[in-house]
Design a protein around this ligand. Structure first.
Ligand code: ZN
Ligand code: ZN
Length: 337
């Protein structure tokens, strides 16, 4: 036995959520058929109508932003383009119409990915949170690779190198939770941080790859600090993330895919928990929601997450000016100190 094995690593090479509140995660996955029954029974709130989720005109910086500005553009779902001075990063890039192993199955997007991939400025790196189809999309990987080639580096949690290798993608940097990586030719470093989630692309591959969140930090003591929470349930680990890696100028936090609560609470936080995460991280900087308004993954009204987010934000007495809910394609421009 390896006494130094981290608590989220299992002896068989798979991964787990190491916190007491995650004890029910595995048992819950065994009840997936009950969720499927609710899904097919129907009766849940309908999909958005055309016009409910209007597109915005993005304000991308070409090639990157000026020194004292950060621009963060919501492409849809968990895909954000993060433009920091001298560095453009994408999170969980997903431009396909469906989040599914096959192109003809699964719910289609409520709004197109916007701006289109062709309109992207040079992308230097991708922060990948995990392997679910709504976050790791093979056609998008191929398109990005074709467009940016060897300029592009894929930052992933542990266990992804072989998957990317099969697509001919070699520039993959795998990090374990709390590992740090300094970006060449820029003043930034990345830290892979915990998330409470799981992975699976095929029936037998559950948790063979790790999941994570990401902090983008300056190499010097000053500079922009951004947190991308990926896909996660609520966990007490955010307090440690805030203490170790915060405070952040901007936090990208998931707010959707939470109903039915009895089943989803082990995989996805709800808007109230997302606000709790922001407070655990130190309650500083901009809040930008992700993981909503794009694909139907669960049973809540797809337009409900931002409403509940605003209510929870106000109920906690947080600064209204720090809550941003961009439309698809909208750019949030933030001045840096
Ligand atoms: Zn996921
Ligand atoms: Zn997801």
């Amino acid at each position: 036995m390896n006494r130094d094995r981290p608590s989220h690593h299992l002896p068989n090479g798979r991964f787990r959520n190491p916190w007491p509140e995650a004890a029910g995660d595995d048992a819950m996955r065994g009840r997936a058929w009950e969720f499927a029954r609710e899904w097919f029974k129907g009766g849940h709130p309908p999909d958005p109508r055309p016009g409910d989720l209007p597109l915005a005109d993005p304000e991308l910086a070409h090639p990157t932003t000026a020194d004292r500005e950060m621009r963060i553009t919501w492409v849809g779902h968990a895909t954000y383009l993060m433009q920091l001075p001298g560095l453009n990063l994408l999170t969980d890039p997903m431009w396909s119409p469906r989040a599914s192993p096959v192109s003809w199955l699964g719910s289609t997007r409520f709004a197109p990915a916007h701006p289109p991939l062709d309109a992207m400025p040079p992308v230097h790196g991708v922060l990948l949170s995990h392997d679910h189809y709504d976050h790791l999309d093979r056609p998008t990987v191929v398109q990005l690779q074709r467009r940016f080639g060897s300029e592009l580096v894929w930052y992933t949690p542990l266990g992804y190198r072989a998957w990317f290798g099969r697509l001919g993608v070699e520039r993959v940097v795998e990090l374990d939770w709390w590992d740090e990586h300094e970006l060449a030719d820029s003043g930034y470093r990345l830290v892979a941080a915990p998330a409470r989630h799981w992975t699976r692309r095929t029936f037998w591959s559950t948790n063979t790859r790790l999941w994570c969140s990401w902090a983008v930090l300056p190499r010097e003591s000053t500079g922009p600090r951004v947190y991308f929470a990926g896909d996660s349930a609520y966990t007490s680990a955010y307090q440690e993330v805030g203490r170790s890696l915060g405070p952040f100028d901007a936090s990208l936090i998931p707010i959707g895919a939470y109903e039915p609560r009895w089943f989803m609470k082990v995989s996805h936080m709800n808007p109230e928990e997302a606000v709790q995460v922001y407070e655990d991280l130190g309650a500083q900087g901009a809040f930008l929601p992700s993981h909503w308004g794009t694909f139907r993954l669960t049973l809540e009204d797809p337009l409900e997450p931002p409403r509940r987010l605003r209510e929870a934000w106000a109920a906690r007495g947080l600064n209204e000016a720090l809550l941003y809910v961009p439309r698809h394609g909208e750019t949030v421009r933030l001045a840096l100190p």
